[in-house]
Design a protein around this ligand. Structure first.
Ligand code: CS2
Ligand code: MN
Length: 403
C-alpha cells in the first residue's frame, strides 16, 4: 500500500517535512479554507500542490498531494433543499479541476451535520500519552442535559440515562463546557464556532429525513457523480460514519457492510468506492472488517488504519482509540486482506493497483503534547503508528514472496 500522511495545510503544526521524516510517500490534504459548496479552482489547487511539493526555501519536499480528504458534500445535497442541484454542478466542477491537476482520489463523507465525534480529546492512556475517547454516558449527558434535545432519552438504554443524569449533576460548569467543546470539536462548522443554538437549528433541518430518505439522497448524489468521475478517471470514496451509528437523532447511512452494499448495488460504477476506515467501522462489534475487505476490495480506493477498544459489544457503546496494533481489530489480518486485494489488482493490470493508506489518528506521545497539533493528528504518535503498520506490511509481503 502507498504510505500517505494527512496534512491540514500551512496552518498544520506538523509540517510536510515532518511527514517526510516519518517516512510518508504521499500527502492527503484538502482546501480546508474553501467553504463547502464553493468550487475548488485550479489556481487554489495548484497553490496547495506547490505548498506540498516545495519547502519555504524553494527546495523540493519529495512529496506530492495524492489524495483529497475531503471534498465536502453540502447539507443542501444531503437534504435536497435550496440550490442542491447547483451544488452538484459545483461538486462536479471541483472534481474536474482536481483531475486537471492530476489528483484522482477523492474522499468525502455523508454524515448529516456532524463529522467525527468524541467526548474526550485527550484522555490519559496507560502508557502515559493521551488518546481520543467516545464515552456513551458523557455523550448522553451532553445530548440530554446540555444540548437538551427533545426526545433524546429514547436513544439510550435506561442504565445509560440514569448514569448520565448522575454524572451531569456532579459535573460542574467547567466540565460541562469542556464536554460541549469536545463533542462539537469535530463538527464541520467547528471553525465557525457553532453555538448550541446553531447545532439545534441544523438538527431541525433533518426532522423529516429518516435513514431511508438519506440513503436515497446519497444514491442520488452518487448517480449524479459516477459518470463525471468515470470520465475524469476520478475515484470517489466515502468515509464511514464515525462513530458508526445515529447520533443526536440524525440518520446515518454509511456505518455497516449492508449500507455499503446497498449503495454499491444501486450505483455499480467502479468510480464509486469506499474509504475503508478500520477505526470508524471497528467501533461496531458487528462489523467484520476482514470480510468487508474481501467483499468490497475492488472498490476500496483509500484506507485509514486505526484501532479501537470497545467497552461493550453493544451498538452504541463507549470506546477508546487504541494503539494501531492493539485494540480489537486484527490489524495484521486486515492488512493481509488488503495486500491480497492489491495482488489481485496486479493480475488484472489495474493502474490503481496500489491502494493509498494512512495511519488514522495517533496518541499524543513524547513532544506531541507541547506541539498542540490538530486532535488525533500528532507528529510522533502517527509516526509510531505508521512505523508499526509499515512493519506489518513488510513482514506480510516478505512472507508472501517466500511462499
Ligand atoms: C477523519 C474524518 O479525523 C478523522 O476521524 O477520519 O474526519 C474524515 O476526514 C472525514 O470524515 C472524511 O470526510
Ligand atoms: Mn478515518
Amino acid at each position: 500500500m502507498r504510505q500517505t500522511w494527512r496534512w491540514f495545510g500551512p496552518v498544520d503544526k506538523v509540517t510536510v517535512a515532518d511527514a517526510r521524516q516519518a517516512g510518508a510517500e504521499g500527502i492527503v490534504t484538502a482546501l480546508h479554507h474553501v467553504p463547502t459548496g464553493v468550487v475548488w479552482s485550479v489556481q487554489d489547487i495548484k497553490e496547495r500542490q506547490r505548498e506540498v511539493a516545495t519547502h519555504a526555501d524553494g527546495t523540493p519536499t519529495g512529496l506530492a498531494w495524492e489524495v483529497v480528504e475531503s471534498l465536502p458534500v453540502s447539507e443542501a445535497i444531503k437534504t435536497q433543499s435550496g440550490d442542491w442541484r447547483g451544488d452538484l454542478e459545483r461538486y462536479a466542477e471541483s472534481l474536474g479541476n482536481l483531475a486537471a491537476c492530476g489528483i484522482h482520489t477523492v474522499c468525502y463523507n455523508f454524515m448529516p451535520v456532524l463529522d467525527w465525534t468524541r467526548t474526550d480529546l485527550a484522555a490519559p492512556t496507560q502508557q502515559g500519552g493521551r488518546a481520543m475517547v467516545f464515552d456513551l454516558v458523557d455523550f448522553a449527558a451532553f445530548d440530554m442535559h446540555i444540548l437538551r434535545r427533545a426526545g433524546a432519552r429514547a436513544d439510550y438504554p435506561e442504565a445509560v440515562i440514569a448514569a448520565a443524569a448522575d454524572r451531569f449533576t456532579r459535573m460542574g460548569a467547567a466540565r460541562q463546557q469542556a464536554l460541549a467543546a469536545n463533542v462539537t470539536a469535530g463538527l464541520p462548522g467547528a471553525a465557525e464556532h457553532w453555538s448550541l443554538e446553531d447545532v439545534r437549528a441544523r438538527l431541525a433541518d433533518y426532522r423529516d429525513i429518516d435513514a431511508a430518505r438519506l440513503r436515497e439522497r446519497h444514491v442520488a448524489f452518487l448517480k449524479a457523480m459516477a459518470p463525471v468521475a468515470e470520465d475524469l478517471g476520478v475515484r470517489l470514496c466515502c468515509h464511514p460514519d464515525d462513530p458508526p451509528w445515529p447520533l443526536l437523532g440524525l440518520p446515518r447511512v454509511w456505518s455497516t457492510a449492508d449500507d455499503v452494499r446497498h449503495a454499491f448495488d444501486a450505483v455499480p460504477s467502479p468510480a464509486v468506492g469506499l474509504t475503508l476506515c478500520t477505526g470508524s467501522f471497528g467501533a461496531r462489534a458487528d462489523n467484520d472488517i476482514v470480510s468487508m475487505v474481501r467483499e468490497f476490495g475492488p472498490r476500496i480506493h483509500f484506507v485509514h488504519l486505526r484501532n479501537v477498544t470497545r467497552a461493550a459489544d453493544t451498538v452504541p457503546c463507549s470506546f477508546v482509540e487504541d494503539e494501531h496494533l492493539a485494540g480489537q481489530t486484527d490489524m495484521v489480518a486486515v492488512v493481509d486482506a488488503l495486500l491480497a486485494e492489491e495482488r489481485r489488482r496486479a493480475t488484472e493490470g489495474r493502474a490503481d493497483r496500489q491502494i493509498p493508506m494512512r495511519p488514522d489518528h495517533g496518541h499524543d506521545i513524547l513532544d506531541d503534547v507541547a506541539r498542540g497539533a490538530q486532535p488525533g493528528y500528532p507528529a510522533i504518535g502517527r509516526l509510531k503508528g505508521l512505523a508499526e503498520l509499515r512493519g506489518v506490511m513488510a513482514a506480510l509481503e516478505a512472507r508472501h514472496a517466500a511462499a
